[in-house]
Structures are given as structure tokens and as C-alpha cells.
Design a protein around this ligand. Structure first.
Ligand code: BES
Ligand code: MN
Ligand code: MN
Length: 456
């Protein structure tokens, strides 16, 4: 029988080929035309678990299906619940991809495809690590449960119901998610905090149709002008969100945490070069890492109104709309943000304009304790897989289920990210470093050993 490391070495190329197959399925959860592809991806993940001899099923929901699996029972051993998602973001803008988004292509040791890192590639590491155990030791050193959903990128609307209905079945000692990033190349990390989110669309309607801006302009309220005025009221020039009460519940960054963040090797020049800007900007009084990880923010995600075609058209548009979102930190409540926003916008909306505010997904921010024995076990596993001790970071992205797990199962999550900040998630040319894919599998295999050794 080969050792675990020998097995990983001997089968690494096949693991890549298998991942390519999953990446070829365009499981875009946001686009209804991809409904069948989403189901195909779920079926593909299901077959992976079945081939390992796990009890596995595809559970239908009101939206996209959930894949649920359990490894054969190891009596008395701890239980880990692995969460991941097989759905991906739309690939737009298509023209900016060097190789097509659903034709996985390797360049310079990186695998390019939509979903390569977010989250198919990262999720898959926890399946291949289980395979390595079963094919070498004959069984796992602990109990694994897998919850792999297909609606993460659209707000996980049906996941809460599933978790509610299966609380007993999902019982576990700790949860593991790989859907975040390392701090830097060669600098693995454990993420102990994520932001929450509150997402909105504001639609303003003025006259019943577009008008000549010379004939009517200045005498009729222009919804695009009104939208611009209303949106600028959301943030002041010091980068402070202006919703009444917005900061009331914000847990301030402690002096210790600020000191720990300052100790991380972060080069602001490199950061600016990476994203192509010549200055950073944000809330006054905070560093870039503090702003990105631990301070609430507001960003406009999309703006639509008036003439977008070639040349100039003098028009007073009938409608204007904006999509925008707040990223939240503990202990802000997304429902409270929605209430405060609605009353503020209602007050700001001028007469002559009809306003509609749609509230999409909301989730609170999370911070998980650093002191648990599972954190220590994960640190050792990452050391084994990546050859270096992880640093502890927070991140600005959101994984809504983390707070749901805490609330409904009473269990904390280990956020073990194998990605990199420049992986282009949600953007053209998404990639995953293949070496990190293999290091992730190794770290995961060691994590099962480390947690398997722990007494419950
Ligand atoms: N994997 C990301 C979350 C993430 C990104 C965490 C970067 C840490 C760093 C996840 O797939 C995602 O994109 N989440 C959405 C949540 C939303 C759709 C509710 C996000 O953060 O925008
Ligand atoms: Mn993700
Ligand atoms: Mn994502």
C-alpha cells in the first residue's frame, strides 16, 4: 500500500484531469438558461462521493440542488462538516478571457477557468484528500459530512431551510470551508473573520417616457439626477457611511488586533500595482488592511439610466436605477441596515419621483475564535501541506452560511483558503495555482489526521 503522500504524488495529474471535467460544466447559478448545467454539476459531484463509497444524495430545493454525503461511520471519532459550492458566477465580460471560461487551460502553472478557485477547485481538494485516505489506509481517521450547494453565488436562499430540516444529520464538531485566500503567494492563512452583506437595488421613475432634455429639462425632476444626489448622500467625503445608526453596533478593531494586522507584511505599492490604481482610498483613520477586513463599507455595484449608445443624445431619462451593497462587520444587523436605508432614501427622494427599493440577500459578518484546538490542528495541517505556518487574517468577502452554521448548529468554522488575492474571482481569467491545488489536498489530508487524533 502506498503512503498517503505517495498516493497524492502518483495521482496528482488525474486529480487535475477530474477537476477540468467539473470546470467544463458551466454551472452558472444566476442564469436560468444554465439550470441543466447546474444539475449536471451536482450529479458530477454526487458521483465523486459515490465512487468513494459514501452515502450520498442530491437533495432538490426550491432553487438549485444540494449535494449531501457522509463517509462510512468511524465510531467514537470526531465529525467534520465540509461546506463548499459547485455553482459559479457568470463569466462576463466574455471578450476579456484569454482562454474561454469553460475550457480549463493551464498557463504558467495556473489553471484558468470560471470556478477554478471559487469554489470548484478548492472544494475538490477535500474530496481528493478523502479519496487518498480511503485508497491508502482503507478508511478515514474521522467522520466526514459534505454539504456542497449550488446557490452560494446567488445568496444561498434555500440553504437555511435545508439546515433547519437536517439539524440532527448535520451535527458535527467543527466545520471546514476552503473558499477564501492565502495572505500572499507562499504565505498560507487561516481566515478568522468575514464580512457580512446587505444588497439593494434602488429604482427611480420620473416621467412616463424619455423626454427631450431641452424642452423639459429643469422643469421636470430627472430620475438620473435624483439618483446621483441620493447615492452621494450614502457616504461622506471621509468615507463614512451616512445611514443613521450604521456604526452603532460595529465592534471596533482592538489595539491588539490592529497591532497584529500591522505586523503582516503588506506592501501597499504592490497592492496598488496589482489592481492598477495610483492611490488607495477609504474610511479616514484606517489602514488598507483594516478597511478591507474589519470596517464596514458601501459600494455601488451597477448604475443604469439614459442613453448609453454612441455619440451624444439629449434626453431626460424616464428611469434610473442602481444596485449597491454594504459589507458589514460584527455586530451589525443586515435587517437593521435595510430599515435605516429605506427611511433615509424615502426622506431623500424628491417629489415627482417614484421610488422602489428592493432588498436582496443579507448576512451578518463573522469572527471566529482563534483559540480553539481545531485552529491549532488546522495550523499543523497547513504547515504540512504548504511547508509554512499560516498567518491569521480576516477577509472582506462574505460566505453567508458561516453565521447560519453558528446560529443553527452552534458550531464554528475553519476558513482554510487555498486561493490567492489575484485569482480574479468573479472576473475574467479566474485562475487557481495548480501547486496550491495539490498543497491544499495535502493540507486537507493532514487535517483529517490531526482532527482524527483529537478526543471529543
Ligand atoms: N468565495 C466567495 C467569498 C469570499 C471571497 C470570501 C473572497 C473571502 C474572500 C464567495 O463565493 C462569494 O463570492 N460570496 C459572495 C456572497 C454573496 C453572493 C452573498 C460575496 O462575497 O460577494
Ligand atoms: Mn466562493
Ligand atoms: Mn464567489
Amino acid at each position: 500500500m502506498p503512503t498517503l503522500d505517495e498516493y497524492l504524488e502518483a495521482n496528482g495529474k488525474r486529480f487535475e484531469q477530474e477537476l477540468f471535467a467539473l470546470l467544463r460544466i458551466p454551472s452558472v447559478s444566476a442564469i436560468s438558461a444554465h439550470k441543466k448545467d447546474v444539475c449536471d454539476a451536482a450529479a458530477w459531484v454526487l458521483r465523486q462521493f459515490q465512487s468513494l463509497g459514501f452515502a450520498a444524495e442530491v437533495v432538490e430545493t426550491d432553487g438549485h440542488p444540494i449535494v449531501y454525503a457522509e463517509s462510512p461511520q468511524v465510531a467514537g471519532a470526531p465529525t467534520v462538516l465540509v461546506y463548499g459550492h459547485y455553482d459559479v458566477q457568470p463569466p462576463d465580460p466574455l471578450g476579456e478571457w484569454i482562454s474561454p471560461p469553460f475550457e480549463p487551460t493551464v498557463r504558467d502553472g495556473n489553471l484558468y477557468a470560471r470556478g477554478a478557485t471559487d469554489d470548484k477547485g478548492q472544494m475538490f481538494t477535500h474530496i481528493k484528500s478523502a479519496e487518498a485516505w480511503i485508497k491508502t489506509a482503507g478508511h478515514l481517521p474521522l467522520n466526514l459530512k459534505y454539504l456542497i450547494e449550488g446557490e452560494e453565488e446567488v445568496g444561498s436562499a434555500n440553504l437555511d431551510t435545508f439546515i433547519d430540516q437536517h439539524r440532527k444529520r448535520l451535527a458535527c464538531d467543527v466545520i471546514v470551508i476552503s473558499d477564501t485566500s492565502q495572505f500572499a503567494p507562499g504565505r498560507p492563512a487561516i481566515t478568522y473573520g468575514l464580512k457580512g452583506i446587505a444588497y439593494f437595488e434602488l429604482r427611480l421613475t420620473g416621467p412616463s417616457q424619455d423626454l427631450h432634455s431641452g424642452v423639459f429639462g429643469g422643469s421636470v425632476v430627472n430620475p438620473a439626477n435624483a439618483l446621483a444626489r441620493m447615492l452621494t448622500e450614502l457616504i461622506d467625503e471621509r468615507g463614512r457611511v451616512q445611514l443613521p445608526g450604521f456604526y452603532d453596533a460595529v465592534v471596533p478593531i482592538s489595539d491588539d488586533e490592529r497591532a497584529a494586522m500591522r505586523k503582516l507584511e503588506f506592501d501597499e505599492g504592490d497592492f496598488m500595482r496589482q489592481i492598477g490604481v495610483d492611490a488607495v482610498g477609504g474610511e479616514e483613520g484606517y489602514t488598507t488592511l483594516e478597511r478591507r477586513w474589519a470596517r464596514p463599507t458601501c459600494d455601488i455595484n451597477g448604475l443604469t439610466s439614459g442613453y448609453q449608445g454612441e455619440g451624444a443624445k439629449t434626453v431626460l431619462p424616464a428611469r434610473a436605477s442602481a444596485k449597491f451593497s454594504f459589507r458589514l462587520v460584527p455586530d451589525q444587523d443586515p435587517a437593521q441596515v435595510a430599515t435605516s436605508l429605506r427611511s433615509m432614501l424615502t426622506r431623500l427622494c424628491p417629489r415627482g419621483i417614484k421610488m422602489e427599493l428592493i432588498s436582496f440577500h443579507g448576512a451578518p459578518g463573522v469572527v471566529v475564535p482563534l483559540s480553539s484546538p481545531y485552529m491549532a490542528a488546522a495550523s499543523r495541517a497547513i504547515r504540512a501541506g504548504f511547508g509554512r505556518e499560516p498567518v491569521f487574517i480576516r477577509e472582506g468577502g462574505s460566505i453567508p452560511v458561516v453565521s447560519t452554521f453558528h446560529e443553527k448548529l452552534g458550531v464554528d468554522t475553519l476558513l482554510l483558503g487555498w486561493g490567492l488575492n489575484d485569482d480574479n474571482t468573479h472576473s475574467p481569467n479566474e485562475k487557481f495555482c495548480l501547486a496550491d491545488f495539490h498543497r491544499g489536498i495535502k493540507a486537507s489530508a493532514h487535517l483529517w489526521a490531526e482532527i482524527g487524533k483529537m478526543t471529543r
